[in-house]
Write a protein that binds this ligand. Structure first.
Ligand code: DAH
Length: 342
C-alpha cells in the first residue's frame, strides 16, 4: 500500500505540473481521478479494511496525509489557473483609451442649400413669409399673368420646357408672385425659393437651377424701398462694406425694371478677376411691379404699389464661394462638398 501511496503522490505531482499549462477543466478531471468518489485516494481509504489492524493507524495517517497534500496541491493549482485565465481575459479585453475614436462620416449641406438658408434667414428677419409654388406650372402663372402673352418676344429670354400647350416646367419663380397675390391681399412681404428649368447648359447655365423670388406690395412702396432692402441684404449676406447699384433693364412684369449689381466683395470695387475688372457683380433682376400684373391679381394699382426681385441661388453661391463653373455645383463631388461644413 505504501508503494501505492508513493506512486499516487508522484503521479499527482507530475499530472499537476503538466496541467499548469492547461485548463481548469483538465485540472478538475485530474482531481476526480484521485479525489473523486471512485478516485484512487478514495480507493485507498476503502482499502484500509484489508490492512492488518496493527498497521492501520500508521497507514491511515499516510492516507490522510496524501489526501490533505493532494487537496492542497489541487486548490493551489486551481488558484493559479484562475489567475492565469483572468490575466488572459484582461489582456484580450483591454481597452486602449489613447486610441483615436472612430468617427461616423457626417454629411454637409450643399452650398446652394447653405445660401438658400442664409437668404431666408436674412429676409425672415426682415418680416418676410416663405411661399413655395409648384414646379409644374400653368403657362398663365409662368407667363401670361406676368404680362408675357403667348406671342410676346420676352418668352425667348427663357427657353422653356413645355409639357403640354398649357403646362410647363416653370422657368422662373416669378410665377409664385401671381399665386401669392391671388390669395393674399396687401400688405404682402413674401420670399419664394424653388427649382426652375430652362433648356440651357454651359459653364454658367444649367437646365435646372434655383431661384429666390421676393415680392413686397403695400401702399406707397417705391423703388427706393427696393434699394434700401437690397442694401441691407447685401450687407448681411456679404460684408458690411458691400454696396448695390441699380442699372436700367427690361422685364415685362416690372416697370421700371432694373438689374442689380453688388460692389465686388473681393476687391472692394477696385476691379479684379472675379468682377472682370469692373468692380461690380450682377446678382439679380428687379423692379416696380407692373400695374398690369397687380390688375391681373385683383389688386388696385392706384391704391397699392410694390416691388419684386428674383435671383439665382447658384449664382449667389458661385460669387460667395468663388466657384467659377456652375457645373461643379451639380457634380456633387464630395471633395468639393466637404469644403462647405458649417
Ligand atoms: N424672373 C426673372 C428671371 O428669371 C428675374 C426677375 C426679374 C424676377 C425681375 C423679378 C423681377 O421678380 O422683378 O430672369
Amino acid at each position: 500500500m505504501k508503494e501505492n501511496i508513493e506512486r499516487i503522490r508522484s503521479e499527482i505531482a507530475a499530472g499537476i505540473e503538466a496541467v499548469k499549462g492547461g485548463t481548469r477543466q483538465e485540472l478538475f478531471e485530474l482531481k476526480m481521478k484521485y479525489l473523486g468518489k471512485t478516485g484512487e485516494i478514495s480507493a485507498l481509504s476503502k482499502g484500509m479494511r484489508d490492512v492488518p489492524a496493527e498497521e492501520r493507524p500508521a497507514m491511515g495517517k499516510l492516507v490522510s496525509e496524501v489526501r490533505a497534500w493532494a487537496e492542497e496541491q489541487f486548490s493551489a493549482t486551481e488558484e493559479l489557473l484562475k489567475q492565469k485565465e483572468l490575466e488572459a481575459r484582461y489582456k484580450s479585453e483591454r481597452v486602449d483609451v489613447t486610441m483615436p475614436a472612430r468617427f461616423a462620416e457626417t454629411g454637409t449641406l450643399h452650398p446652394v442649400s447653405i445660401v438658400k438658408k442664409e437668404i431666408i434667414e436674412c429676409f425672415a428677419g426682415l418680416g418676410f413669409e416663405i411661399y413655395e409654388g409648384p414646379e409644374i406650372e400653368k403657362d398663365y402663372y409662368n407667363f401670361q399673368a406676368l404680362n408675357i402673352p403667348a406671342d410676346h418676344p420676352a418668352r425667348d429670354m427663357q427657353d422653356t420646357f413645355f409639357i403640354t400647350g398649357e403646362y410647363l416646367l416653370r422657368s422662373q419663380t416669378s410665377s409664385g408672385q401671381i399665386r401669392v397675390m391671388e390669395n393674399k391681399k396687401p400688405p404682402i412681404k413674401v420670399l419664394s425659393p424653388g427649382r426652375v428649368y430652362r433648356s440651357d447648359s454651359d459653364a454658367t447655365h444649367s437646365p435646372m437651377f434655383h431661384q429666390m423670388e421676393g415680392l413686397v406690395v403695400d401702399k406707397g412702396i417705391t423703388l427706393c424701398d427696393l434699394k434700401g432692402l437690397l442694401d441691407e441684404f447685401a450687407r448681411r449676406m456679404f460684408t458690411s462694406e458691400t454696396k448695390t447699384r441699380l442699372r436700367p433693364s427690361y422685364f415685362p412684369f416690372t416697370e421700371p425694371s432694373v438689374e442689380v449689381d453688388l460692389s465686388c466683395h473681393n476687391c472692394g470695387g477696385k476691379g479684379c478677376r472675379i468682377c472682370k475688372g469692373t468692380g461690380w457683380i450682377e446678382i439679380l433682376g428687379a423692379g416696380v411691379v407692373n400695374r398690369r400684373v397687380l390688375e391681373n391679381c385683383g389688386i388696385d394699382p392706384d391704391v397699392y404699389t410694390g416691388f419684386a426681385f428674383g435671383m439665382g441661388l447658384e449664382r449667389i453661391a458661385m460669387i460667395k464661394y468663388g466657384v467659377n463653373d456652375m457645373r461643379y455645383l451639380f457634380e456633387n463631388d464630395v471633395r468639393l462638398l466637404k469644403q462647405f461644413k458649417d
